[in-house]
Design a protein around this ligand. Structure first.
Ligand code: 2M8
Length: 670
């Protein structure tokens, strides 16, 4: 007989509908999430309870016809259990137990009933309102412990009394809250915490990182989010290809497609191959791969093909519209995994055989046309070409461009319509971007002429590290399809040598990008300096100092203050956790970094990054990027590469859990 199952569905006050987007934090929703996560990991564990979390605004009509209109809405087997407030925990346990006919579970409801009020506390006592399943609470608690601050913990997920106190003192249910007398602060704001707890101020690099700390991943929630990730990829398809995002980026983007293909390899290898095929269909005759392949049937995008005037190159394939710059070549690295992930090995080999010459032509292009002095380093000609559009690194080279352009107004309009204020580059930047594009088409995309006078030419550390890794992976593909792998290994060694000589900064113990026009290093404290770790291209004597520097700078590594690794050092005065490539957490960069740290014997740090990413998506969905301090999703929602890389991380998490289970069973037998 099939054992009974109880389905819990939580609609959080989040999501988008048409042009509406919910951005306001909903404390009752956060609390409900915390309560349910905890129950799934404790009382409901192994009892046939499933939990699905959905953004309410995308689905508002579904709970409505069951009588639920006020998020958070919790349905138990399709019936509204609570709405507008966090659920009554013992009542929920009892209801679930009655559906399951589980007397033992009914008895456990008592474990979650109200706790008595704390004894009268002195005005100096510090009280934390939180819950073990809330990541920011854990961060706050660990932070207080690391700084030897004594406190009383009131767990609002198990105690209705604690909830009342919280509501009385702060007027809301948002957690964590740190209270001292009648002062309180909410959230994990470490500066405010230090002030309230009378600790000396810090914007010191964090050395107190706890490499043992890892966010909690609940297998059932992970499984549900995996299904959501697949759905996001499928729903982002249009005419058979996956758009970077439905509204903000409605075409096929170059490196996005690489990441997206990696995600599909976990459940639909055929689609992974279709994505790559479709991208390379737009490859120019010189091997160049454009950063956007425009779909004429998709919605308008600014700047569209008419602004790029790519046809002036005379090298664009017939019947395809493209942009005129490229992006970091992640494709060989993403698709080499087909050898392991595609259950049909013959099909994988057939595809790799087909794509190998195109990948090779792309890598050849970079060395033939973008390395004019034969240094072994590729030059990018536009900030968009690096993929990290407005990274602080580009401020200095862009400061040379003073021209204005007719574009700025249209581009600004697109950002105003589709993105939130303060999350995208300002108009002054856009004018520079457009000036650079005009300079490219005025030279008919003649790279030699362009590189002799173009004002923006950078040897980007991220781009070159990615290419170095991709050459190694192309060597693996070459070997698999019976081609010569030696030239790819040689080229990887050449890039590595050049990176370790020209881009190494001995004063900072890490790598810089290089401004070719000004002939000098671009030293800013960005996360991109550390990506050579991932490429496996660091000299043996350099990797340890790089890891060391990463740990002591303000990148929050395994630190409870952040949700994952920010893109810019948080101690920098111009760090901005909501501003695109100048602070937020990005999935792809964290994915690279975790791989790099694992490669360099830092498995705990790699685990911390990967678990943090999994938890971010489980909790908030698949955003383009996230605030490192609050974890809130920013930029485009249902963003394809976030969903795709989530699938890759989730599969790895499952594999390593299975192998740990296997090992512990073997230990037991021994
Ligand atoms: C962002 O770049 C585009 C321009 O290419 C934009 O801002 O309009 C970047 O994050 C880039 O890395 C990414 O490939 C693209 C699409 O996701 O968006």
């Amino acid at each position: 007989m099939k054992s009974p199952t109880v389905h819990l569905t939580l609609y959080r006050h989040a999501g988008t509908f048409l042009f509406l987007k919910i951005r306001k934090r909903c404390e009752a929703c956060d609390l409900t999430y915390v309560v349910l996560s905890r129950l799934m990991a404790e009382a409901f564990q192994g009892r046939g309870v499933t939990l699905t979390i959905k953004p309410w605004l995308n689905n508002w009509w579904k709970p409505l016809w069951r009588g639920g209109w006020h998020a958070p809405i919790l349905l138990v087997n399709g019936t509204v259990f609570s709405q507008g407030v966090a659920p009554d925990v013992p009542g929920l346990i009892r209801l679930v137990a009655s559906h399951l006919n589980d007397a033992d579970l009914t008895a456990r409801a008592g474990d979650y009933s109200s706790q008595p009020r704390p004894l009268a506390l002195s005005a100096e006592a510090i009280v934390v309102y939180g819950s073990p399943a809330c990541p920011h609470c854990t961060r706050l608690i660990l932070y207080l412990e690391a700084n030897d601050v004594a406190f009383v913990l009131r767990d609002v997920s198990s105690s209705a009394m604690a909830r009342e106190e919280l509501k009385d003192s702060t007027g809301s249910l948002q957690i964590p809250v740190l209270r001292k007398g009648d002062q309180w602060i909410s959230g994990m704001d470490r500066h405010a915490v230090r002030e309230l707890a009378n600790l000396e101020s810090d914007c010191e690099p964090s050395t107190a990182a706890d490499s043992e700390y890892r966010p909690l991943i609940v297998a059932d929630q992970l499984a549900t989010t995996v299904e959501q990730a697949k759905r996001v990829l499928r729903e982002n398809q249009f005419d058979g290809q996956t758009r970077a995002s439905r509204r903000l980026y409605p075409h096929q983007w170059n490196w996005d497609t690489g990441f997206i293909a990696r995600g599909y390899l976990h459940f639909d290898a055929e689609q992974a191959y279709r994505e790559i095929r479709s991208l390379f269909r737009a490859q120019w005759s010189d091997g160049f791969l454009p950063h956007i392949v425009f779909n004429p049937n998709a919605q308008d995008h600014f700047p569209g093909p008419e602004y790029w005037q790519a046809d002036r190159s005379g090298r664009v394939p017939a019947d395809v519209s493209t942009s005129g710059i490229s992006q970091p070549p992640v494709h060989a690295t993403m698709i080499v995994a087909a050898l392991d992930l595609d259950p049909d090995k013959d099909r994988a080999l057939r595809f790799l055989n087909e794509i190998y010459p195109k990948l090779k032509a792309l890598h050849d292009f970079f060395f033939t046309h973008r390395d004019p002095r034969g240094e072994g380093l590729v030059t990018a000609v536009h900030p968009w070409e690096t993929g990290i559009d407005n990274a602080p690194l580009w401020d200095e080279p862009l400061s040379r461009i003073t021209s204005t352009s007719s574009w700025s107004r249209d581009m600004q309009r697109r950002y105003d319509e589709l993105a939130q204020h303060g999350e995208r580059p300002p108009r002054t930047y856009i004018a520079k971007y457009s000036f650079l594009v005009e300079n490219l088409f005025r030279h008919d995309y003649d790279w030699q002429a362009i590189l002799s006078r173009h004002p923006f030419q950078v040897q980007d550390i991220l781009f070159n590290a990615i290419l170095c890794r991709a050459e190694r992976d192309l060597a693996t593909i070459a070997a698999a399809v019976g081609a010569d792998s030696a030239p790819h290994i040689e080229r990887a060694v050449r890039i590595a040598r050049a990176m370790n000589a020209k881009l190494w900064n001995p004063d900072a113990d890490t790598y810089d990008s290089y401004d070719v026009v000004a002939d000098r290093h671009l030293r800013r404290e960005t996360i991109f300096s550390y990506i050579p770790l991932y490429a496996g291209c660091c000299d043996a004597d350099k990797s340890a100092p790089v890891v060391n520097r990463l740990r002591v700078r303000c990148f929050c590594l395994a630190d409870h203050n952040c949700v994952a690794v920010p893109s810019y050092d948080m101690c920098q005065a111009d760090f901005d956790g909501e501003f695109y490539w100048r602070g937020p957490v990005w999935f792809n960069i964290n994915w690279f970094l975790a791989k790099g740290l694992r490669r360099h014997d830092q498995p705990e740090l790699a685990d911390w990054i990967e678990h943090s990413l999994l938890q971010l998506a489980i909790r908030d969905g698949f955003y383009e990027y996230y605030s490192p301090e609050t974890g809130s999703g920013l930029g485009a929602s249902d963003f394809s590469w976030t969903a795709a890389l989530f699938l890759d991380l989730a599969a790895n998490w499952q594999t390593s859990r299975d192998s740990n289970d296997h090992e512990s069973k073997e230990d037991h037998i021994a």
